[in-house]
Design a binder for this molecule. Structure first.
Ligand SMILES: [Zn+2]
Length: 81
């Protein structure tokens, strides 16, 4: 399956981000590197390539997803509405 690889840059920290689209049609900025995680095993937030939000824990095997950029951005709060 092809996913939309829509890159951009964070206004807060100038790092590269990738935009994913949630099922509700909202754009969600994420860190570009894909992470493997096990859903339901922890409380970290992951965004799947098709934009779903899942909670889980990083793991060697499992589902693939992105870390939402607000989880790592040092300047995200100043852009929150
Ligand atoms: Zn940022």
């Amino acid at each position: 399956m092809m996913y939309d690889q829509n890159f951009g840059f964070c206004r807060g920290c100038k790092k590269q981000i990738i935009w994913t689209r949630t099922p509700a049609g909202r754009n969600m900025p994420c860190d570009p590197g894909m992470i493997t995680f096990t859903a339901g095993a922890g409380s970290e937030t992951f965004i799947t390539p098709d934009g779903q939000t899942k909670r889980g824990k990083r793991s060697e095997e499992g589902e693939r997803g992105y870390i939402p950029h607000w989880a790592t951005c040092p300047n995200w709060k100043q852009f929150k509405k």
